[in-house]
Design a binder for this molecule. Structure first.
Ligand code: MLT
Ligand code: ZN
Length: 469
């Protein structure tokens, strides 16, 4: 393994390598996960093409060197951390939008394209790429595909997987696979594209994507239902869902979330807000207005203390900037922020909110809840000013996270609605999935990567007992 840096330097050129002693190398040992430690790789390789990615994967298999693929490093679960050492393969330089085709309603992009940049480019042509993770200003489309990222608009438009039609993937050993299509429909063969999306860089390295686009909705508007507390906001969401209303966004933010962004955002949330339901509608202006009217009336009936509308683009932008600030503001305010993205069946949102309060009371850990409640997807944040490296503190925080997971599963939910499993949730997957299900996934992983060198130790826990037991 020792000469791998030199071999890669000779193959790709020194400019592609962030090697030992480089001031940026440590950055590749961190991501946005709540882990205090970092995992420095031997080097990071910043590839510029599929051929280069394939060459790295060929060399690493020959030398038996672990490889951790990395997009923008904005993942929250440690998926891009090189925990087994070896090298990091970064796609950050693959930033080209190769094609936008308004007739076929597709774009072909490299994985390092920043999601918000793609959105702005297609919108300038009257098109729309809906998936909108909160990190859209710095996360990249390859990472979104690797984690099957969601976002607020997933409520109406679905998550990243629904927008990936085709992929080019470099496999461990250097083979390049092209799968999928650029047609609107297609059922030929097994759906390898769907199989690759969400695998968190454990099957291959995505080097090109064909993404589906929609026509840009003619107009959009945002409505804020201000509620006295989170329970009232949660039950209002349940009722709006039962009404069959389908805005494009149905979000929740509790008082603590709102308080943390006061003074930081251009948008001023009302002082009396005990919780906010953030709703966004889109479509033709007339039908949109009717929908907003209906939602406003329902929010009033469901106990809102105020209903505010943001129709002007500048005001809407300010609302969304504020919403996207919640997570970074919490990170800034606390030394520990264990942020989960559990997802419960929609009918269980109110019950889940109550159980989060219960865990907070039992553990004396401050919690803060916001997120994509219309999908049942709640960002439960466990917060502390204590030392993140203190083993007792760490144990206490993760025991609380474990309780949150247990409640989620008991309500028929899932550990992760959108952030992925990576490293931080890997050891809790058994709470949700049987050993049989895990074993089939291990076999699937080994089909693509028999030497287990590609992002090892992520996504699925290692086998602890024979499958038959
Ligand atoms: C969000 O919705 O803001 C993101 O998923 C980030 C987070 O959960 O912290
Ligand atoms: Zn989110």
């Amino acid at each position: 393994m020792s000469d791998i840096v030199g071999i890669l330097e000779r193959e790709l050129g020194g400019d592609a390598i962030v090697g030992p002693g480089h001031e940026r190398l440590d950055d590749y040992g961190r991501d946005e996960s709540p882990l205090p430690e970092f995992f420095p790789p031997l080097c990071a390789v910043l590839v510029e093409s599929t051929e280069q990615a394939a060459a790295v994967l060929r060399i690493c298999l020959e030398r038996k060197v672990p490889v951790t693929p990395r997009g923008a490093g904005s993942g929250m679960c440690g998926g891009a951390l090189p925990i087994a050492g070896g090298i990091v393969l970064s796609t950050e330089r693959m930033k080209r939008i190769i094609e936008i085709d308004p007739g076929d309603l597709i774009a072909v992009v490299q994985p390092g394209v920043v999601t918000g940049v793609l959105q702005a480019e297609v919108e300038a042509q009257g098109l729309f790429y809906p998936p909108d993770p909160a990190s859209l200003e710095y996360c990249s489309i390859g990472g979104n595909a690797a984690t099957n990222a969601g976002g607020p608009r997933a409520f109406k438009y679905g998550v990243t997987r629904e927008y990936i039609l085709g992929l080019q993937v470099a496999l461990m050993g250097g083979e390049v696979l092209r799968c999928g299509r650029r047609t609107a429909k297609g059922v030929t063969g097994y759906d390898l594209v769907a199989g690759f999306v969400g695998t968190e860089g454990t099957f291959g390295v995505i080097t090109e994507l064909v993404v589906k686009l929609l026509p840009k909705p003619p107009a959009a508007a945002t409505v804020l239902g201000v509620f006295p507390d989170v329970a009232a906001a949660g039950s209002a969401i349940t009722m709006l869902l039962r009404d069959g209303l389908r805005p494009r966004v149905l979000e929740l933010a509790d008082k603590s979330s709102i308080d943390h962004i006061r003074g930081k955002s251009r948008y001023r949330f009302p002082d009396n807000a005990g919780a906010i339901v953030l709703i966004e509608v889109d479509g033709e202006p007339e039908s949109m207005e009717m929908m907003m009217e209906k939602i406003g009336v329902r929010c009033d009936e469901l106990g809102a203390i105020d209903v505010l509308a943001a129709t002007e683009p500048a005001e809407r932008r300010a609302v969304w900037e504020a919403r996207r600030l919640i997570s970074p503001s919490l990170k800034e305010a606390y030394r520990i922020k264990v942020n989960e993205d559990v997802c419960v069946p929609r009918g269980k949102i109110v019950e889940m909110l109550a159980r989060v309060d219960q865990v907070s009371a039992e553990t004396q850990i401050k919690t803060c809840v916001f997120g994509h409640a219309g999908d049942g997807n709640l960002h439960v944040n466990l917060l502390s000013h204590d030392d993140p490296e203190d083993p007792a503190v760490r144990k206490h925080m993760w025991a609380a996270a474990s309780r949150i997971f247990e409640h989620t599963i008991a309500l028929g939910g899932t550990l992760s609605g959108e952030h992925g499993i990576g490293l931080t949730k890997r050891d809790y997957v058994h709470l949700e999935q049987s050993e049989q299900v895990l074993e089939w996934q291990r076999r699937w992983k080994l089909m693509w990567d028999p030497s287990n060198l590609l992002n090892p130790g992520k996504k699925i826990p290692a086998r602890t007992k024979p499958c038959s037991e």
